[in-house]
Structure formats: C-alpha cells, structure tokens
Design a protein around this ligand. Structure first.
Ligand code: F0G
Length: 400
C-alpha cells in the first residue's frame, strides 16, 4: 500500500509522515493525514474497537497502547425521537469509552505514535477529558504526562482522573485558548514532549473510527449531530465518512450538524452570518465546560465539513443543554455530561426549525460520561425525601 502522508487541506502543502510536525509550515493550519483513494477501495476490517480499523490507521506498531477503546453502543431512542418529531434517533454513547469520553479513540493512536517517535513525555491543553484520557494512556505507555488546564474551569471527575493517573497538572490562570496557545508554542521548541491535542493528526485518525463504527453498524443516516468545541471531532467524523465512501462502504454521505454552546460559538456565528472567517470569542462562557472554547483550532476544517455535507452549525443555550442532559437520562437512561447533551439539544432545535425533516433518521453522538461532571444536576429539583428508618415511613412515600 502507498504510504499515507500529511496534507494541509487549507493550502495543499504535502509532507512525509517521517516528519514530526502538527501544523502546515506554509499557512499554519493543522495538518491532516491522507491516503491514496484507490488504495482505500475494497479494504475490509476484522477485530473489535478502534484497532479493527488498523489498516486505515497510520501507525505500524504491532503493540498499540490500548485500553480497548471504541466499540461503543449505538442505542435506539425509545422516547425522545417522538418528542423531537423525527422518524428514528440513534444515540452513539462515546461516554462508555475506557476513560469516559471519545478522546480515547484518538489517544490510543496518538500515544502509540509518541512511543514510535521515542518521545519522553506527552502534553496537552485541555478542558478536562483530553487530560483524563492522555494521562491514562501515558501511564500505560510508561510516559510522563503534563496536562495544562484552565484553573477553576474543569469538572471534578476529570481532574480526579488525571490526578489518579499521575499526570503533572498545570493550572493556568486563563482559559483553554491560552493553554492551547502555550502548548502549541512549546511543541515548536522541543521534540521530546509530544503534543497530543486534537491538532495532532494522529489523534484525528483514531477519532475517525467513530464514523466507521456508525456506518458499519447502522448504514447511512440522513444526519449526524455532534457537539463542537475545538472542532477536532467533527473534523475526524467527516474524514472517516469520506474514507468510507472511497472504500465503498457508504453510498450517500450524511449531513453533519455541529452544535456549539451559545456563549462559546464562534463557528456557529460565522456560519450563520455567512462569514469566511471566525471571530474568536475572548471570554467564552457555558455550563458545558468541555466545550468552553473561544478560538477553536480546527474551525476551518469544521466549517468545510459542515458545508461539504450540506449540513449546518447550530448553537444552544445552557438552559437547553441542561434540559436535554436531564431528558437523556430520564427518558432514555443515558447519563451524559453537559457538553454531550448539546447534540440532542441541537437536534431538538433543528427539528423545531424544520432543518431536519420528520422522516429523517438521525444519529446523535454523545461524547462524555455524566459521572465526570455531575455538579449541575445537584442543583435541580428532583423527587428527594429523607425519612426515618421505619417501614411505615417508607410505605408513605411509595404512591402508586
Ligand atoms: N464533548 C466533550 C465531552 C468534550 O470533552 C469535547 C472536547 C467536545 C465534546 C468537543 O470536541 O473539541 O473535538 O470539538 N474536549 C476537549 C478537551 C477540548 O480538552 O477535553 P472537539
């Protein structure tokens, strides 16, 4: 098979994968790894999870650093699809990956690459999940990990995961965008510390297996809805879908809907105003801390994906996010973190505005486990009572 190579989708620059680079030296956009289209045709897969797709993953190691990521369930909605007003809704539950988010798909490939390159340590900037995932995979690989996080803005569960795995946690007085800028600069100064944000093309490769799993299991839906923060995952999803078409496993590409939180929605704003460039948001705000990002590194690729697919960018309020986080649990039994509920909240909005049709079949990706970030749920009204340890008291509260 012809070797894959780096390509800049923005300006066309190409480079061999032997080089350890992340960004296009000509225009600065994150690089993508591309395969020869003819070589993809007819490829088949075996095994389970992310490594089922090893023939379309750009690492040669026979011993990947793995925690059996991928192979997450695709649940058919039993109730919300009716309320939302569509024919079928399927929920891809990425919160059931080993560290509780989709990040593991990219990290298994990224940390394997780090070992192949002989890196001594790995680093990321993170709103929490990347940090949790990176520190776990680094621990497994015997690599030192550094996670750079915005002070006070990351969910407790995620911080606990990174602490448990022994990462060095660097809290920055500033938001995620500053943290990412710093680690990007550091990556240009050293090759010993390997950068594993989603600007790393190898991480995108792992994450594209999300698309492979959806299509192999379900076929082609009319739409796929996905939350958007730094815009790596939507980039990976679209890349995977296009490869599936080249392989011959997919005839019609689905439309993509990328959903941002209202207070952190620069890509949505540019899309809605038909602007060519985003205007970064200096002080992003949302309850969905995972996607509290004002200057998404992969915004160009996200915008291209949405437009090429004939889809849309959407934004949802914190109130809508929390409403659908609760509904996913109370109507479907699926507990997700707030950022994940953005995809379903976005779908409800899209249905209301007739962006999706009542005959459409939709897959919504939920990206992270609710156990990571339960704080907002502790503030809502629920049916909770405290009683004495007395059977009569218990009988009184059972009212059916
Ligand atoms: N959902 C969750 C739960 C996330 O943690 C993230 C990103 C996203 C969605 C958005 O994905 O950035 O690829 O568009 N979290 C990153 C982190 C930024 O550091 O954990 P994206």
């Amino acid at each position: 098979m012809k070797l894959p190579k780096y390509k800049c989708e923005n300006c066309g620059y190409e480079e061999s994968l032997d080089k350890n680079i992340y960004f296009c030296p000509r225009c600065g956009d994150p690089l993508t790894i591309v395969y020869d289209e003819d070589e993809l045709h007819g490829i088949s897969f075996k095994g389970k999870g992310v490594w089922r797709y090893k023939d379309v993953l750009p690492v040669s190691s026979e011993k990947p650093v793995t925690l059996n990521e991928g192979g997450t369930p695709l649940h058919q909605s039993v109730s919300l699809y009716k309320e939302i007003g569509i024919k079928e809704l399927w929920i891809k539950n990425e919160g059931l990956n080993p560290t509780g988010s989709f990040k593991d798909r990219g990290m298994t490939v990224g940390v394997t690459r780090a070992l192949e390159l002989g890196a001594r340590s790995v680093i990321c900037a993170s709103t929490g999940n990347t940090a949790a995932s990176l520190s776990a995979y680094a621990a497994r690989a015997g690599l030192r990990s550094y996670v750079v996080v915005p002070e006070g803005s990351i969910a407790l569960g995620k911080l606990a995961q990174a602490r448990a795995a022994g990462a060095k946690i660097v809290k920055v007085r500033g938001n995620f965008d500053y943290a990412l800028k710093m680690v990007r600069t550091l990556a240009t100064m050293t090759t010993e510390t390997y950068l594993l944000n989603s600007v790393n093309p190898f991480r995108i490769e792992g994450q594209k297996t999300l698309a492979y799993e959806i299509i192999e299991e379900y076929g082609s839906p009319d739409w796929i809805f996905i939350p958007v923060g730094n815009a790596g995952n939507i980039t990976a999803l679209w890349k995977g879908l296009k490869e599936l078409k080249s392989i011959g496993l997919l005839e019609k590409l689905p439309k993509l809907a990328g959903v941002q939180a209202e207070g952190a929605s620069p890509i949505y704003r540019a899309f809605a105003e038909q602007k060519e460039e985003i205007i970064p948001i200096q002080n992003p705000q949302t309850v969905a801390t995972a996607i509290k990002i004002g200057n998404p590194a992969s915004w160009r690729r996200a915008m291209r994906a949405v437009k090429e697919s004939g889809g849309v960018m959407l934004s949802v309020s914190d109130q809508e996010i929390l409403e659908y986080q609760k509904k996913l649990s109370s109507k479907e039994g699926i507990f997700v973190e707030p950022a994940s509920a953005a995809s379903i909240a976005g779908l409800a909005k899209a249905s209301l505005h007739n962006i999706v049709d009542k005959n459409d079949r939709v897959v919504a990706v939920v990206t992270g486990n609710g156990l990571k970030d339960p704080e907002s749920l502790m503030k809502i009204d629920t049916e909770e009572v405290t009683i004495d340890a007395d059977i009569n008291e218990l009988k009184k509260v059972i009212n059916n």
